[in-house]
Write a new protein. Structure first.
Length: 387
């Protein structure tokens, strides 16, 4: 039996991926796996049972990745599974910033009792006129799953699109529309574009990247869109720029006490991935990742351990070791197994940064003493045996 805990509401489509061997539990401490969306896990204690956390979404800044790695907990996310949902809302955000759709709808609601509303509309509407996206320059910072979709959709809308991503993956590069201009520096985006949208993860190096200096380089009347994370933008600098008319609108998916209610800020309550399709895709992918790891030891889409796949666990016993990425770990494992007269049928050893993952298939049983010896090896963080 495997036990899982959901820290947020997770789509039933994902939960249905679990077989009858999986039971929900109400406490994280009792879980083998946790499914989470945006709930913050930084202050949580995990206990010794937890083996995997699956973030049903992309951003993992709500999870203490390093602490999890040190505790031998593999953290997964679901890359790309909600990208289309976010892309569509970014396009909506650009439209809301270009034409005063919100002001216009509010006017209609305020005048709902007006028996002459059809006639009065024709007089009032000039207050809500705007501009079109066609022909405007859009800068996309971060060309991952979401950035690529936004950039390509904007091309279809007739926009002149610039993309900036110094770490762009080969897949993303292949998927980009050929007409998208390659910005070699982020400053080029700031200086050239009428609309700027950011799609980078929140990390120590990206936090506060849109600050007063960056805004200083932007065109007067620029529209800034943030569907990535609030901390990427220095909100006080944005407010100054909104007041000065330097930024026309700041469209953000992240309400904070600082930005909410500010004139010119269009604040959406984190709805980017809140579509049936995105929620189902993320939940399904997260549940599959957990099953594959718990039942077979395979890791796919982890953000703190290397991906590693030895296929379905067959008749053999599978030993899984999560450890620091340092020399002579394999030597110690194979010595312990050899001393127990165990034959290795298959082996994989993968690393990612400071952490490594070794999977060993053996064609006999392993004694509890040998397991304890493997656990006692310095720099081993967790040992699992799947029989
Ligand atoms: N509003 C919402 O509901 C959602 C928000 N997000 C946020 O959007 C972010 C991006 O999501 P995805 O596109 O799915 O992630 P992704 O991992 O596919 O793409 C991120 C891209 O940013 C690039 N990048 C990293 N640092 C950069 C820098 N300094 N300058 C330029 N590019 C840089 C990477 O090379 C990568 O191509 C997530 O980390 C998350 O914070 C994601 C999904 C839903
Ligand atoms: O689960 C959600 O609604 C949040 C999505 C998100 O921000 C992400 O995937 O990074």
């Amino acid at each position: 039996m495997y036990q899982y805990h959901c820290l947020n509401q997770i789509s039933d489509v994902g939960i249905q991926e679990f077989s009858e061997e999986y039971v929900p539990v109400s406490r994280v401490e009792d879980a083998d796996a946790v499914l989470v969306r945006s709930a913050s896990m930084h202050e949580m204690e995990f206990g010794g049972r937890l083996k995997a956390i699956a973030r049903a979404g992309a951003g993992v800044n709500n999870i203490p990745l390093e602490r999890c790695a040190e505790e031998g907990i593999v953290v997964f996310n679901t890359p790309g599974a909600n990208a289309n949902g976010v892309k569509e809302l970014v396009i909506a955000g650009m439209l809301l910033a270009s034409r005063d759709i919100i002001g216009g709808i509010n006017w209609v609601q305020e005048n709902e009792e007006d028996g002459n509303i059809a006639k009065d509309t024709e007089k009032a509407k000039k207050a809500f006129a705007g501009c079109e996206l066609d022909g405007k320059k859009l800068g996309v910072i971060g060309l991952g799953a979401i950035g690529v979709l936004v950039a390509n959709a904007a091309v279809s809308l007739g926009m002149d699109v610039y993309g900036y991503d110094p770490y762009v993956s080969v897949d993303s590069a292949w998927n980009l529309n050929r007409s998208i201009r390659h910005a070699k520096t982020v400053d080029e985006i700031y200086k050239e574009c009428d609309y700027i949208t950011i799609h980078v993860p929140a990390t120590e190096s990206t936090k506060g990247m849109i600050d007063g200096n960056a805004i200083g380089l932007m065109k007067k009347g620029v529209v800034l869109l943030n569907f990535a994370r609030d901390v990427l933008v220095v909100e006080e600098a944005v407010i100054d720029a909104l007041v000065a008319g330097k930024i026309k609108h700041y469209v953000t998916d992240f309400p904070t006490p600082v930005i909410t209610g500010v004139k010119g800020a269009i604040v959406i309550p984190h709805l980017g991935a809140s579509t049936e399709e995105s929620e189902d895709n993320c939940a399904r992918m997260a549940a599959k990742e957990i099953r594959s790891y718990l039942e077979h030891g395979n890791i796919r889409h982890s953000v703190n351990y290397p991906d590693s796949d030895m296929g379905f666990k067959g008749e053999n016993t599978r030993i899984l070791l999560l450890h620091h990425n340092i020399p002579n770990m394999l030597g110690q494992f194979t010595r312990i197994l050899a001393e127990d007269n165990i034959n290795i049928a298959d082996l994989s050893n993968k690393s990612k940064g400071g952490y490594a993952y070794t999977m060993i298939d053996i064609d006999s049983e392993i004694t509890q003493e040998a397991i304890e010896e493997l656990k006692a090896v310095k720099d081993v963080l967790k040992v699992r045996v799947i029989r």
